[in-house]
Write a protein that binds this ligand. Structure first.
Ligand code: BJW
Ligand code: ZN
Length: 253
């Protein structure tokens, strides 16, 4: 690793024809969205076993919906930060970037709409862990945007599928659940053929999402990590930028 990580990152990203950007909760931290691990992280205050597993939802759907409603409200009040905007305008300038996010918030999409590129149009934005602003049916294929508040005061008021009347659930991927197959496949495919992989704001602890960057690296792409804290990629990163994403991405992209 050189002593000018910002310069090296700029050089690698500037020369790349095909890039993969893998983002995690840290990219939204400066927008005010809490991360999962580390001090102030959601998993310091809440147990994932109680809230983010299919068993938790089967046991207490009201509690799970209440927690997701609280987070959805929080995200609604947040705006994209300079990191989301830098990624979106970089994508608007060229077609060779695939953005793979573990985040369930919609801040990349919102930044994309401001910058111009239609990130919702597959396959430029790949959402590995689903979307907190959508719900899906526990039984049929119905999926819809949650435009109105979910009333989680009792089990009887929880939302039901308009097609089959089964309970709706947040459209996110919980522990022990498989990731959407086509989305994950597209992420690995992009990783296998990219020239550089930029990893932003993720500890790299959750699989198979974390393996997307390892796939890029084992296919020969250098890894650039932008994160102010330690990550599982530190030992294998070519370039490590130890700083908040919102402060440095506008400088390196
Ligand atoms: C900043 C910053 C700033 C701060 N700027 N940076 C292989 C090995 C071991 C275990 C497994 C394995 N394969 C599968 C597993 C099990 C499990 C797993 O990975 N467990 C590990 C935790 C040990 N994985 C699964 O269960 C997955 N499913 C699966 O594998 O299915 C196959 C299967 C099925 C059945 C049986 C067996 C296999 C599903 C994982 C789903 C994860 N879901 C969550 C919740 C989503 C919904 C919701 O939001 O509620 O996804 S958990 C949570 O973690 C969320 C995140 O997307 C994910 C990753 O977190 P992330 O983004 O890395 O956040 P943090 O907080 O960890 O890091 C933030 C970073 O930001 C830090 O580094 C900070 O320093 C940094 N930061 N400010 C830049 N300003
Ligand atoms: Zn249904």
């Amino acid at each position: 690793m050189g002593d000018d990580p910002l310069g090296r990152a700029r050089e690698l990203l500037g020369a790349a024809e095909r890039a993969v950007v893998l983002t995690g909760a840290g990219v939204s931290a400066e927008s005010g969205v809490p991360t999962f691990r580390g001090s102030g992280g959601l998993w310091k205050r809440f147990r994932p076993e109680d809230l983010a597993t299919p068993e938790a939802f089967a046991r207490d759907p009201r509690l799970v919906w209440e927690w997701y409603e609280w987070r959805r409200g929080l995200i609604r009040g947040c705006a994209p930060n300079p990191a989301h905007r830098a990624i979106a305008s970089w994508m608007a300038r060229g077609p060779g970037v695939t953005l793979v996010t573990q985040n369930v918030d919609d801040l990349h999409e919102r930044a994309g709409r401001e910058a111009g590129p239609d990130l919702d149009a597959a396959p430029r934005l790949l959402k590995l862990h689903g979307s907190i602003v959508h719900a899906r049916c526990t039984r049929c294929a119905h999926r819809s945007r949650l435009d109105e508040a979910v009333d989680a005061t009792s089990e009887a008021t929880l939302p039901r599928c308009p097609a089959c009347r089964s309970p709706l659930r947040p459209d996110v991927v919980w522990f022990g659940e498989t990731l959407p197959e086509t989305v994950l496949g597209a992420a690995f495919e992009a990783a296998a053929r990219c020239d550089v992989c930029l990893v932003v704001g993720t500890t790299g602890a959750v699989y198979p999402a974390a393996a997307v960057a390892h796939e890029a690296r084992s296919s020969g792409a250098p890894l650039i990590v932008v994160d102010p804290g330690p990550t599982e990629y530190d030992a294998v990163a070519d370039t490590r930028v130890n700083a908040p994403a919102g402060a440095v991405l506008p400088l390196i992209l």
